[in-house]
Ligand binder design. Sequence first.
Ligand SMILES: C[S@@+](CC[C@H](N)C(=O)[O-])C[C@H]1O[C@@H](n2cnc3c(N)ncnc32)[C@H](O)[C@@H]1O
Length: 247
Amino acid sequence: MKKTETIYNKNADFWSRNKPLSLSDFTARDYLFKYLGKLNNLKIADIGCGEGYCSREFIKFGAKHIIGVDSSKSMIQNANKNVFKSQNETFIHADLKRNIPKEIFKCDIICAIFLFNYIDNNNMQKIFNQIALKKKKKTRFIFTLPHPIFPFIYKKKFPFSFTNNSKDYFDSSNKCFDGKIYRIDDVILPIKMYHRTFEKIFEIIRSAGFNRIIHFKELGVNKSLINKNKKFFGPLQGIPLHILIEV
Ligand SMILES: C[S@@+](CC[C@H](N)C(=O)[O-])C[C@H]1O[C@@H](n2cnc3c(N)ncnc32)[C@H](O)[C@@H]1O
């Protein structure tokens, strides 16, 4: 299995975008932006920021300052290239498993959009512990993940899939699956997913000291997406694809 940094350094240019392109831009990030609404004057941490697509959207929604963190040098280079207001956006190259830049704890919102599917249970727990301990009292923490059941129920390859040799939802916890997600223009983006059960996700949240699930959403394709492009979204009708949680 290839290292996460290798995958993202190699594919950084294919991730760069200024409009929805990847399947999950339509099925998860669009929901996130609507859920967050206006971000007037807020400071947002985008952990696992990639090439900064979400960061740039946060600025469009009014955010005052963005701190992005990513372990791929090429993704950070692209984030710096793609910024439109460089004084408002700071992108830091760091592996969050080893080093969580302290600036993120001062933010009003911490977002981790498809970050923790690259991080094993132990390290996810450590990062959650640090966030719960060090964030400001009113800081919101929101994260998305592939839906835990998705690799076990969707067996087609297009337009989103994981190679899951194990058929056991329970015994596969903390196993890492290689995957692919398509862009709407048919470019394929390689991805990875540490599988964890819902039980494990809630255990990590609780053990870190978060005592409330503020929002929980299971995401998939909706009718308007299918009407827009049946070939691309149609195969996923009725399939749970991702989850979004605010704690
Ligand atoms: C699926 S991409 C999502 C990027 C961005 N959040 C978005 O929504 O477009 C996952 C990102 O997490 C980053 N990542 C994975 N493991 C990481 C780690 N341990 N520390 C920092 N970034 C990490 C990868 O380099 C990659 O850019």
